[in-house]
Design a protein around this ligand. Structure first.
Ligand code: FES
Ligand code: ZN
Length: 119
């Protein structure tokens, strides 16, 4: 059995409502992992591409967060209507969806314009 060529990790962390950082499941307007799985199956990519649920990826303020490996492309504010574009453009054609990519300054930083200062 060949190895997977790509992994899509979809944060499905859910915090208590009202928590300071919020969480991806709270921000998502649908079941993103299910939608990615369906999009993969529809395009006959099963066995080559895997869409996995993930715990918190620590980019909560930019969520719903999705990361694609091995290229380590990070996406933020992903919603159901974006799923087929990511699969079609990035996964099938190798062109990451620029409008959804997290800026480098936003990843793993203590603060950015999207994060409220810690109290
Ligand atoms: S809750 Fe999704 S990145 Fe933290
Ligand atoms: Zn940011």
């Amino acid at each position: 059995m060949p190895k997977f060529q790509k992994h899509i990790f979809i944060c499905t962390n859910q915090r208590e409502p009202g928590s300071a950082r919020g969480s991806c499941t709270e921000r998502a307007k649908g079941d993103l992992q299910k939608l990615f799985k369906a999009a993969i199956a529809e395009r006959d990519l099963k066995g080559r591409v895997r869409a996995n649920q993930s715990g918190c990826l620590d980019q909560c303020e930019h969520g719903p967060t999705v990361v694609v490996y091995p290229e380590a492309v990070w996406y933020g504010r992903v919603q159901p209507e974006d799923v087929s574009e990511i699969v079609e453009s990035h996964i099938l054609n190798g062109l990451p969806v620029a409008r959804l990519m997290l800026r480098d300054e936003c990843i793993n930083t203590v603060s950015c314009e999207h994060k409220r200062p810690r109290e």
